[in-house]
Design a protein around this ligand. Structure first.
Ligand code: ADP
Length: 168
């Protein structure tokens, strides 16, 4: 089944200089990248992204983690990617490995590069969508239609009057 999935290389992945390694592992899936950008993750974006965890004791930590607050000012960023292709969600989840890096298969991305912090947070270097429903919600949250190479969900045109930042 043709699917899309959101992959985020989290701030620890960027800080540990793992972008190339992770993209190489993801290329094993033969899926296509249809969107990619570096994002300064706001608190609001992280909270909405992790809304399903809002009652968990680690919610505050995981929000700070995605915002880059745990990895220093220089790494307050994440790399967001949309992959497209056959069974994209399952293929990427399998390659990423289990949520807890200690339980992830040793050769999976999280098994290879993730760690359990002393405060008990799973720093697992990547996020990937876990279902088609989640993927659609997450991709629409992180990307505008114009940032994806082709329309993956129905779009509509609206008129907006806005200021735009341009090169001087
Ligand atoms: P996944 O990222 O595998 O889809 P979740 O959406 O359940 O898993 O969790 C989001 C993130 O929160 C995880 O990637 C991990 O960084 C962190 N996390 C999840 N469960 C725990 C936990 N029990 N203890 C500490 N951190 C956790």
């Amino acid at each position: 089944m043709e699917q899309q999935t959101l992959v985020i290389i989290k701030p620890d992945g960027l800080k540990k200089s793992l972008t190339g390694n992770i993209l190489t592992r993801l290329s094993e899936t033969k899926l296509r990248i249809v969107g990619a950008k570096v994002v300064h993750v706001s608190r609001k974006l992280a909270e909405v992204h992790y809304q399903h965890l809002k009652d968990k004791p680690f919610f505050e930590d995981v929000v700070k983690y995605l915002c880059g607050e745990l990895h220093g000012e220089e790494y307050r960023r994440a790399l967001a990617l949309v992959y497209d292709g056959k069974d994209a969600i399952e293929k990427v989840r399998k390659l990423a490995g289990a949520t807890n890096p200690e339980e992830a298969e040793a050769t999976s991305i999280r098994g290879q590069y993730g760690r359990l912090t002393t405060s008990g947070l799973f720093e697992n270097v990547v996020h990937c969508s876990s279902s088609e429903e989640d993927a659609e919600r997450e991709i629409k949250l992180w990307f505008e239609p114009s940032e994806i190479i082709h329309d993956i969900y129905p779009t509509t045109t609206i008129e907006v009057k806005t200021e735009k930042l341009v090169w001087k």
